[in-house]
Design a protein around this ligand. Structure first.
Ligand code: KG4
Ligand code: ZN
Length: 343
C-alpha cells in the first residue's frame, strides 16, 4: 500500500451520471469514465430519481470495470476507494456507496467518503496549480455557491442559493419556451445566435449579501413573456414556438443576466476577502464559454488569476472525487463501512 502516492479508484453516482475514475497524483488522471443518463431523462424534461437509480444499478459494474481497464489496473493495484456519499439523490447515492463498500470489504481496501460539492470545489486543481486562498464559484444543476478555499479540505461557505440553482434556472426557463433538456447548452447556442445582447433586461436581484436567488428570475421571464402575449397562463403554453427570434432573445438576455449576477457576487466576495488572489469557476454551468469569458475578463481587470476546469471536469465526474480522495488519504481521513449517505 502506497499512501504517499496512493492509486485511488473513485465512484460517483449522486445524480444522473454513473462515473468512475482512477487517479495517482504522481501520474495524474489514469482514467475518467462516465455514463450520462441524459437520454433516459430527456423525455421527462428533468431527472427522474427512480429512473436514475435503476440506470445506476445497471451501469455501475461495467463503468467501474472500464475505469480499471482504461487505467491498466486491477483491484489489486488500488490503494484507496473514494466514493461520493452526499449530497444527492438518496437512491442514486446508495448504489455508488454500497458498491464501493462491497469492493472495499471484499478486497480489504481503505474507504473514503467524499462530499460531492467538495469534489466540484477542487475540480479546477486537477489541471491547474491554483493558489490558496481563492474564491470558488460553483454553479451546477443542483447547487450554486461561493466558497473561500483556504487549503486542501479547508474551505468556508460564503453564500449559496436560497432557492433554485443557476443550472436549474437555465433548465426551467428552457422548458418554459420548449427548448429541450438540459437547457444550459441550448440556451448558450441560441444566445450566441443573438450575439449575447441584453434584450429584456431581466432583474439581477436585490440581495444585499453573498447568497443567490434564481426562482424570481424564472417568474420574471414568465411574466415578461405573458406581457408580450407569448405565454398563456391559463393553459401554461408557450404560444410562439415557431418564433426562433424570440427564443434567441430570451436565451441571450437570460445568459447576460446570470453572468452579471455572478460577477456582482464575485466582486462583493473579493471586496470582503482582499487576501484572495485567484478565482475558480466550476460545475456544469462552467461549461458555458460566454460566462467563463465574462468572469475571466472581470478577473483580468482586477488583477486576479482565473481558473476553470476543462468541460469533462465541470459536469459531474469521478475524477474530481478521486482528487479529493487522494488528499484525504494523505491527511489520514479514512472512513469505515458504517459510512452513510446522511453522515
Ligand atoms: O454539474 P452538473 O453536471 O450536475 C449537477 O451537479 O447538477 O450540472 C448540470 C447543469 C445543468 O443544469 C445544465 O443545464 C448546466 O449544468 N449546463 C450549462 C451548460 N452546460 C451544462 N449551463 C449553461 N451553459 C452550458 N453550456
Ligand atoms: Zn455536481
Amino acid at each position: 500500500m502506497n499512501m504517499k502516492y496512493p492509486t485511488v479508484l473513485a465512484i460517483e453516482s449522486s445524480c444522473d451520471e454513473t462515473a468512475a475514475a482512477v487517479y495517482n497524483e504522481k501520474v495524474g488522471i489514469l482514467s475518467n469514465v462516465l455514463f450520462s443518463q441524459i437520454d433516459q431523462h430527456k423525455p421527462f424534461g428533468g431527472v427522474i430519481p427512480e429512473v436514475a437509480s435503476r440506470t445506476h444499478i445497471k451501469k455501475i459494474g461495467p463503468i467501474v470495470n472500464q475505469a480499471l481497464e482504461q487505467a491498466n489496473k486491477t483491484l489489486d493495484d488500488i490503494d484507496v476507494i473514494a466514493v461520493t456519499h452526499k449530497p444527492g439523490l438518496p437512491g442514486s447515492l446508495l448504489i455508488g456507496l454500497s458498491f464501493a463498500k462491497a469492493l472495499a470489504y471484499a478486497k480489504n481496501i481503505p474507504l473514503i467518503g467524499v462530499n460531492h460539492l467538495e469534489g466540484h470545489a477542487y475540480s479546477s486543481m486537477i489541471e491547474h496549480a491554483v493558489p490558496f486562498p481563492h474564491i470558488c464559484l460553483t454553479a451546477s444543476g443542483g447547487h450554486t455557491a461561493l466558497y473561500l478555499v483556504k487549503d486542501f479540505g479547508n474551505y468556508e461557505l460564503l453564500g449559496q442559493t436560497t432557492d433554485d440553482a443557476a443550472g436549474e434556472a437555465f433548465d426551467k426557463i428552457a422548458k418554459l419556451i420548449n427548448l429541450g433538456y438540459p437547457g444550459g447548452p441550448i440556451i448558450e447556442k441560441l444566445a450566441k445566435e443573438a450575439s449575447f445582447q441584453d434584450y429584456f433586461q431581466y432583474p439581477r436581484g436585490k440581495q444585499n449579501n453573498l447568497n443567490f436567488s434564481f426562482s424570481g428570475l424564472k417568474t420574471a421571464v414568465l411574466y415578461d413573456l405573458v406581457r408580450q402575449g407569448a405565454f398563456d397562463m391559463a393553459t401554461k403554453t408557450f404560444l410562439k414556438d415557431h418564433d426562433l427570434t424570440l427564443k434567441r432573445q430570451v436565451a441571450s438576455s437570460l445568459l447576460v443576466c446570470i453572468a452579471d449576477i455572478f460577477i456582482n457576487k464575485l466582486a462583493r466576495a473579493l471586496k470582503e476577502h482582499p487576501e484572495v488572489t485567484a478565482v475558480t469557476f466550476v460545475g456544469g454551468v462552467a461549461c458555458n464559454a460566454y460566462i467563463k469569458e465574462r468572469i475571466a475578463a472581470f478577473c483580468k481587470k482586477h488583477n486576479m488569476q482565473f481558473f476553470a476546469p476543462s468541460t469533462q471536469y465541470c459536469t459531474d465526474n469521478a475524477a474530481m472525487i478521486a482528487f479529493v480522495g487522494n488528499y484525504k488519504a494523505k491527511q489520514d481521513k479514512f472512513d469505515d463501512l458504517t459510512l452513510d449517505i446522511f453522515d
